[in-house]
Design a protein around this ligand. Structure first.
Ligand code: HPA
Length: 274
């Protein structure tokens, strides 16, 4: 057994001492999107700090806990707050929570984030369904000895974001009269925002939205066979596009503004996930 897998197992045992809840769907709530948690019929909350060895975020607005409970009749585990690579964690720690939720029973992973819009057709407050990603600028979380208990050495990444789940999200958007954008998300390490030249590069590469999370989580989840979907809240136009400087506060404010649409999108979609 690799040291990384042993650590995940020991976090598992820690969680299992506190709850025997088996989730079907795992949800990661990004910056400013934590309000969705108020719609969960809560069975158990576990602050990350109570799980020995678990990475705990240092970013304001990312205070972390697992919320186990129900959305309709679906059993979910929700991460309120995630850890980012730029905080200085090993990439294996950044994806540990995802692997843990998979081992706890989740078969579906719903990833969310706040992102900069690279596509000129996007505006702050838009929601974008992630149809594919660019991982080339982020560290690959599968580097190192393969964890055979989770998946194969060279996992296929042809269809990372599940087509059936995408169809459900489109339906939910239509029912909620949300103009759901679609596109490719790229993860850069951060914590500095991109330069305008980097944003032009990303646009040339076919990227629609840019952020500092999600892609490494999707890779780890795909490795272990989870079905994945993702939505970005476009919190700002990316560097150089609006003529103003970017700030974390602006990102959070825009994500807060979109939080009602976002919650509605999830609330209608989750019961249709199968
Ligand atoms: N760049 C990177 N990450 C982000 C941005 C951005 O413009 N907005 C929100 N997260």
């Amino acid at each position: 057994m690799t040291a990384i897998y042993e650590k995940i197992q020991s976090c598992m045992q820690c969680v299992r001492k506190m709850t025997d809840f088996v989730p079907e769907i795992a949800i990661v709530l990004g910056s400013g999107l934590g309000d969705f948690a108020s719609h969960i019929k809560i069975e158990k909350e576990i602050p990350y700090s109570e799980i020995q060895g678990f990475p705990v975020s240092t970013v304001p607005g990312h205070a972390g806990k697992f919320i186990f409970g129900y959305v309709g009749d679906k059993k979910v585990v929700c991460m309120k707050g995630r850890v980012h690579y730029y905080e200085g964690y090993d990439i294996s720690d950044v994806v540990l929570p995802i692997r843990l939720m998979g081992l706890l029973g989740a078969k579906i992973l719903f990833l969310t984030n706040a992102a900069g819009g690279v596509n000129w057709d996007f505006a702050p407050g838009n929601l974008m369904m992630i149809t594919d990603h660019v991982a080339a600028f982020a560290p690959n979380p599968l580097i190192g000895e393969n964890i055979w208990e989770l998946g194969v050495r060279f996992p296929d990444m042809t269809q990372i974001y599940d087509l059936k789940l995408q169809e459900v999200l489109r339906k939910s958007a239509a029912q909620n009269a949300i103009d759901l954008k679609e596109g490719v998300y790229a993860q850069l390490t951060g914590p500095s925002y991109e330069s305008p030249a980097e944003i032009r590069m990303l646009r040339t590469l076919g990227v629609d939205a840019v952020g500092m999370s999600t892609v490494v989580e999707a890779i780890a989840a795909n490795h272990m066979g989870l079905r994945i979907c993702g939505v970005s809240c476009i919190s700002n136009l990316a560097a150089g596009m609006s003529g103003k400087a970017l700030s974390h506060e602006e990102v959070q404010e825009a994500a807060d503004m979109a939080s009602k649409n976002f919650a509605n999108l999830l609330l209608v979609a989750l019961p249709m996930f199968e």
